[in-house]
Design a protein around this ligand. Structure first.
Ligand SMILES: CC(=O)N[C@H]1[C@@H](OP(=O)(O)OP(=O)(O)OC[C@H]2O[C@@H](n3ccc(=O)[nH]c3=O)[C@H](O)[C@@H]2O)O[C@H](CO)[C@@H](O)[C@@H]1O
Length: 377
């Protein structure tokens, strides 16, 4: 009796396939959602690229199968790779189509990035419902293409609907990983080797510098040039991106790391100020923790202008100070940090009034509904 009960449960397991990658910003929401589906008894699997950051982030933190497929970049500019990439996209669609046909997930959830397009098309060809999520105020190219094949597009900003249309948009708000709010400042200081003085009022305040999940050359250069001045008043912890450590940047009040995974919540908890690019996931993480932030958004030439809009929206709400990339140098950085620090209480006060809400729960309910499974509320 008990055996047949177990067998029935296994046969009837709900199955969800996640995709998304290329940068951590296209994986973070998946990292927030997957543990919930696993604890609700769903079978979860992931399709990502062969070499993208998603492969490492998923493998290092979640016990789920990962299926790599061929990917080709979708570019808005001329490149010799534009010739071979369409063939890689077609190969990726074939691989995703076959995988989805064999595994028959109830639903596909896509977080965007160029790896997601073949998966979304493969799901659509198999008549598996697809739900998308867009982190930025304006949709990325992958999500623009994928939206034609999706039953729903969940957004972080209410304004995004104007850029997608089609009546498929659902505003859910920012989806945060649960562990972001669970960091410990003491642990962050110990990890950074700044434990002396602990959390006492007489320690130097800490600035956390994040150049986006891939790092930023211009922020790295400006921060390192500004170190002699910055470290007179602050300690600086710098997440500089893979391959961008600089052994010459040596200062007792400076620490640099390429990329931080598990300890990031502790580093955030420890920080008094943040200097960052303006990727949407990072911004809402800072907001939820009420960290005064100086944002240096990617320009229209470096990205599609999404970060300019994200940063402008946060500046309008009084959550962030913005320094434009074109004006970025060591002197401007020092000045902007000093201004932000002297006004930090008003930033914290304005962020204090902002409810973050349960976007993770709302998004999960929408996905479960799209899968044709019952979801309450
Ligand atoms: C160059 C590029 O394409 N940038 C895009 C990318 O940015 P990016 O990948 O930087 O995206 P986000 O800032 O949105 O998210 C980064 C995520 O990585 C985490 N993190 C970062 C550094 C680190 O050392 N450890 C760590 O865990 C952050 O906490 C955050 O959860 O996706 C964003 C969301 O669609 C877009 O707004 C950006 O324009």
């Amino acid at each position: 009796m008990s055996n047949s009960h177990v067998q029935t449960r296994v046969d009837a397991a709900n199955r969800i396939l996640f995709t998304g990658g290329g940068s951590a910003g296209h994986v973070t929401v998946n990292l927030a959602l997957i543990p919930q589906f696993l604890s609700d008894g769903w079978e979860v699997e992931y399709i990502g690229s062969e070499t993208g950051i998603e492969r490492e982030l998923i493998a290092s933190s979640l016990p789920i199968p990962y299926y790599p497929i061929a990917t080709g970049k979708l570019r808005r500019y001329l490149s010799k790779d534009n010739i071979k990439d369409p063939f890689r996209v077609i190969k990726g669609v074939t691989q995703a189509y076959r995988h989805i046909r064999a595994r028959r997930p109830d639903v596909v959830f896509s977080k965007g990035g160029f790896v997601s397009v073949p998966v979304v098309i493969g799901a659509w060809l198999n008549r598996v419902p697809v739900v998308l999520h867009e982190s930025d105020l304006t949709p990325g190219l992958a999500n623009k293409i994928a939206s034609r094949f999706a039953v729903g597009i969940c957004t972080t900003f209410p304004e995004t609907e104007a850029y997608i249309g089609g009546g498929k948009c659902h505003y859910v708000g920012p989806v945060l990983r649960e562990e972001i709010g669970m960091g410990g400042a003491e642990r962050g200081l110990a990890f950074s080797g700044f434990s002396d003085g602990g959390l006492s009022g007489d320690r130097k305040p800490v600035i956390l510098v994040m150049g986006g999940s891939l790092g930023s050359m211009s922020i790295n250069t400006a921060v390192r040039q500004a170190l002699p001045e910055l470290t007179q008043r602050f300690r600086v912890v710098h997440l500089c991106g893979r391959g961008h450590l600089d052994p010459a940047a040596d200062n007792p009040d400076y620490r640099q790391f390429e990329y931080i995974d598990k300890e990031l919540p502790d580093l955030l908890a420890m920080s008094d100020l943040i200097v960052s690019r303006a990727g949407s996931n990072s911004l809402f993480e800072f907001l939820s923790l009420k960290k005064p932030m100086l944002l240096i958004p990617l320009t229209k030439q470096q990205s599609r202008g999404d970060q300019l809009l994200n940063a402008a929206s946060f500046e309008r709400s009084g959550y962030a100070k913005v320094l434009q990339e074109e004006r970025l140098d060591a002197a401007q950085l020092v000045r902007a940090v000093a201004d932000l620090y002297s006004d930090k209480e008003s930033y914290i006060r304005r962020m204090g009034d902002t409810p973050i809400g349960d976007a993770r729960g709302r998004l999960q309910r929408l996905i479960v509904q799209a899968a044709g499974k019952e979801a309450e509320g």
